[in-house]
Structures are given as C-alpha cells and as structure tokens.
Design a binder for this molecule. Structure first.
Ligand SMILES: [Cu+2]
Length: 396
C-alpha cells in the first residue's frame, strides 16, 4: 500500500475506532440512564390507564375548609373512580388584617379554596356553582361577576377554564381525568385583567392527586403520613387609607378599578397564610406528636415562595410538588414557583413550637406568611441540649 494510501487507511481506521468508541460510550450511557430512573420510577399500569370510564364507580367527596383535607386513603384500592366534588363561589367582604377589608372571590366560602383528594387516573367530576344554594352555610352575599376554574392538574380547554364559564346564579359541570400525580393549583381565570383580580382576591386553591401506590421516599420505600396540612399563601393588593385602614367598597365589582391600580405596582400590601392574618398562628391551632409524620402542602397561585420549617426540615421534598419525581432528602428550604406548589414530609423528633413559613422573612414577619405547629411528646437531649444556660461571661 502506498504511504499516502496507508495514511488514509490509518486515518479511516482511526475514525472507525473513534466512532466505535463513541458508540460504545453512548450505548453504555443509554443503559446507565435507562437503569437509573427505572430503579425509582414505576411505569403506569395499562389496565389502570385504559380503565373504561363507563365502569368507574362514582363517589362523592365532601370538601372541608383548609388547612385541613378531607378524610382519605393514601393508597388506591380498586380501579379508577369518578370523584364528585362541588365548589360554590362566593364574593364576600372579609377583614384579612386588622382594619383591612377585602372583597374576596372565595371557593366554598374560604380562601384558599378546599383541597379535593383523588388518585392519579381517577376522574374529577365537578359541579361549579356561581353563588350559593345554601345561604345559611355561606351567608347571603350575591355574586356580581362571571367566574370559572382552571385546574393545573387537568388537560385541555384552559385547564377547564374554557368549559366552566358560569354567570351569577348558574352552575356548570366539568369532568376531567387526573393524568398527573402531585399537588396542583386551581384558580379562577375568567379572562384578561379579571384573571389576576380574581386570583389575587382569593380565587384559588389546590388539589391533591396521590400516586395510586402512595407516596414513596428516595429509596422507593412507602411513606405514610399521620396528618396533612395545607398552607395556601395569598398576596393582596389592597387600596389603603393614610391611617393604615383599607378603603371600603360596596361589592366585589366596585372594588376592582382601585385594586387593579394597586396590582400594577407588583408590590403586595398584605400576604397571609390561609387567607387572613393570624389564621394559622392564633385562630387555628395545628398540632402534632413526636414521631408523627406530617405532609406539608403549600401553594401560591401568583408569586414564588420559599417554605421553611424552623427547627425541622423537609425529610423528603418533592420537586414542584409532583410525586412521580424522586424526592429530595433533608432540605432546609425549598421552592414554590408562581402558580405552583410544594409537598414535603417531616417526622417530628422534638417537642416544641415550630414555625412553618415563607423564608422570605419580610413576607413572614412584616407580613403574615407563616403558621405554627405545636408538637408534644418529649425532648431528646442527644439531638439538642444546653451544656450551660445563659450566664455572665466567665472567660472559660
Ligand atoms: Cu372568578
């Protein structure tokens, strides 16, 4: 072989070897990448995914006021179901902080709205009512505006927003399938500037879609929680007077122009957990025992948040609150994106009062983005103790 051709052959051989090495590397990478998620991820069961709607059992779910969740199983028993829920929209004036009144848009007379609990692949069968059928339960306020609901957990039609436009005095039905598991925001979204107006006056909540096999930790082992608390964080943009009281309006409609003007500044006047200042620090007492595992669910429909449990951790935290992603272990603070959620579990190990808050500490303490969890059941000196208590400086 002439030297020139030998050189070309050598180059070709070199190229072939490089391509072979590259192929081997890619093949190994594919095997490695394919193996890693398979260790934790579970593939959907085709029998569940393809289960016929016509054969699904229909069950009613009675929703409850946050921060609590309706009684529920943590592992699915049987095939997908149709879960019937009812959301009644109320426009009401509430004192969200001392001297500060807001006309809210409230699902089921509460800000945030209630948390339905279903399993992945169930169907959610909603009746959305604009107004009330039960004036004793919800007061006598009549609604002024058109509303709807956009479920981030659903698929199509603006999350259902396009199929649920409902005028005062009307009701509308919407059925959708929970194809993703996780904790998902829902909110009113009637179009244009009505979207931020309705969301930032309280027209939002979240739905819990559990994996059918239940929650799993980073090792793939089952997690079962003893309690679940929902921390719905709400920002308000309240037109204020010079004396730190709010302006007052005759209804949800007449409040809108001034409030929209406040929103254009992007700076909330008030931020609360569970709709009102003091709600989860004074009005409602959250309790747990040492050894209990608490599922902490957080949503913010309009802004980011940074949950933190003072004195504890997120033992396991699901990125973006979505349970089909492997959870992160032992976090100090974690993320809620705007229009998103977080889900974390923590097993309490010491008694005491824990603050669960937005670790933007200005929002926690100068506003009211915080809650308290009161834990009883004993103290473990090995985890923490005072070798000596505060005393004059001794120099030793
Ligand atoms: Cu609305």
């Amino acid at each position: 072989m002439p030297p020139a051709q030998a050189g070309v052959f050598s180059l070709q051989l070199h190229g072939i070897m490089k391509r072979a090495a590259l192929f081997l590397f890619v093949a190994l990478s594919v095997v490695t990448c394919a193996d890693a998620p398979d260790e934790w991820k579970t593939r959907p069961d085709p029998e569940i995914v393809n289960f016929p709607l016509a054969e699904a059992q229909s069950v009613d779910q009675e929703l409850v006021d946050p921060p609590f969740l309706p009684p529920h199983e943590q592992v699915a028993v049987g095939p997908p179901r149709i879960v019937n829920i009812r959301l009644e929209i109320v426009e009401r004036e509430v004192e969200v902080a001392p001297g500060v009144f807001v006309w809210q848009m409230a699902f089921n007379n509460h800000v945030p709205g209630p948390v339905p609990v279903v399993f992945q692949w169930d169907w959610v069968n909603l009746t959305l009512v604009n107004g009330t059928t039960d004036t004793v339960r919800f007061g006598t306020t009549e609604t002024q505006r058109t509303h709807n609901v956009d479920f981030h957990a659903s698929t199509g039609a603006l999350g259902g927003g396009g199929l649920t436009i409902v005028r005062p005095g009307q009701e509308v039905g919407l059925r959708w399938r929970a194809v993703k598991s996780g904790f998902f925001v829902y909110h009113c979204a009637p179009g244009g500037k009505m979207v931020p107006y309705h969301v930032a006056t309280g027209g939002n909540g979240a739905i819990l879609v559990l994996p059918r096999e239940g929650l799993r930790d980073g090792y793939g082992d089952p997690i079962r929680y003893d309690k679940a608390f929902y921390f719905g964080e709400q920002d308000y943009y309240v037109p204020m007077n010079a004396d730190a009281t709010s302006k007052r309006y005759s209804n949800f409609k007449t409040q809108m122009p001034d409030m929209i003007q406040e929103m254009r500044g992007l700076v909330p006047s008030h931020i609360a957990f569970n709709g009102e200042y003091g709600s989860l620090t004074a009005d409602i007492r959250l309790e747990a025992e040492v050894g209990e595992t608490v599922l902490m669910l957080h949503s913010q429909a309009n802004n980011p948040s940074f949950p933190h449990l003072i004195g504890g951790h997120g033992d396991w935290v699901w990125p973006y609150g979505k349970f089909n992603n492997q959870p992160d272990e032992g976090l100090e603070s974690w993320d809620v994106v705007a229009g998103g959620t977080a889900a974390a579990v923590y097993t309490f190990e010491q008694e005491g009062t824990y603050a669960y808050l937005n670790h933007n500490l200005i929002k926690a303490f100068l506003f009211d983005a915080k809650a308290l969890i009161h834990v009883t059941g004993g103290w473990n000196d090995e985890l923490m103790t005072n070798p000596f208590t505060a005393r004059p400086i001794s120099g030793n």
